[in-house]
Design a protein around this ligand. Structure first.
Ligand SMILES: [Fe+2]
Length: 312
């Protein structure tokens, strides 16, 4: 990141949040580097993901779970939004989430082909582009660039808890504008549809919904992109009509019936995956298009979501 890019990011995020994010990123890197310095150093000798992969290998289900991981489904959801202008009736908004592009490069052509064969008017990417949080983000961006090239020209992204702020200039160079507590507007026939995006509210907590919503007239239709569904209460209070999230992966490895074994945030069960409603706010939590840690899924298919917007 050049010093000009750094100044630009500081201005966009605000000096306090910029500082807070860089400090937390440095803390996270340091923690990863020193992981395993405890008495047994077990985490360094046998990383958890490798351990889980070994267990799947012993059970002879590793390849089966990887096939499930690569079996991405296109899921269609219809939304009736009272303030949606008639000019946006039937608008097709594609959502990709939690791609974690550097985990398994075989996922890239799968997503690329599905995106190309699914007509859409715009796309949103709701964070977690990276899997690994150490080292260079180049491999992740190379895969993501291929996916972005297949998407409709109108697209917006937000950062997740796996993504570093330094990625923003490069994401924008590959054609993915990032909303850092900011908003963007689409216009058709003189009427508008707004998109607000916040920085990661889960780990970095550098999200500012009020700032992202500022400047949007209260009677106009606005969609919030929030990496984690944890912000459902704030989003409802801020007057958004629809909120799109990811982060949970729907559990990724689930019991029969899709019951998650581990969920990476504390939210009531209804917010973990799929459609939900809270205090008049409609929302959707994607199960994720990719996955993290290990290229495996069980009872929890990965998805590309096609949201169809309807005027109420
Ligand atoms: Fe994720």
């Amino acid at each position: 990141m050049t010093s000009i890019e750094e100044q630009h990011l500081r201005a966009r995020l605000g000096a306090d949040f910029f500082q807070k994010r860089l400090e937390r990123q440095a803390g996270k890197r340091a923690k990863l580097q020193h992981q395993g310095e405890g008495v047994f150093r077990l985490e360094r000798l046998v990383p958890f993901d490798a351990l889980l992969g070994g267990v799947f290998g012993i059970l002879r289900i590793r390849e089966l779970l990887r096939r499930r991981f690569l079996d991405v489904q296109v899921v269609r959801q219809e939304w009736r939004l009272p303030s949606l202008p008639a000019a946006f009736e039937g608008f097709r908004l594609m959502q990709l989430s939690d791609l974690h592009c550097d985990l398994d490069v075989e996922l890239t052509p799968v997503v690329e082909n599905l995106v190309k064969s699914t007509p859409h008017d715009a796309a949103v990417l709701t964070g977690d582009f990276r899997n690994g949080m150490e080292g260079d983000h180049g491999p992740c961006l190379r895969e993501l660039a291929r996916i972005c090239a297949a998407l409709a020209p109108v697209r917006f992204g937000i950062l997740g808890n796996h993504d570093f702020l330094e990625m923003v200039p490069e994401l924008e160079k590959i054609g993915l504008p990032v909303l850092l507590n900011e908003s963007a507007v689409l216009e058709r026939d003189g009427v508008r549809l707004w998109f607000s995006g916040i920085d990661d509210p889960h780990f970095y907590k550098t999200h500012d919904i009020a700032k992202a919503r500022a400047g949007i007239p209260s009677n106009e239709c606005a969609i919030l992109l929030s990496h984690s569904p944890e912000t459902f209460g704030e989003a409802a209070n801020a007057g958004f009509q629809l909120m799109l999230s990811g982060h949970t992966h729907g559990g990724q490895i689930c019991l029969p019936g899709g019951y998650p074994i581990v969920v990476p945030c504390r939210v009531p069960r209804k917010f973990i995956s799929g459609r939900w409603e809270h205090a008049g706010l409609k929302g959707y939590t994607s199960r994720g298009t990719g996955g993290c840690g290990i290229a495996a899924r069980w009872n929890c298919p990965p998805e590309i979501t096609l949201h169809i917007l309807r005027a109420a």
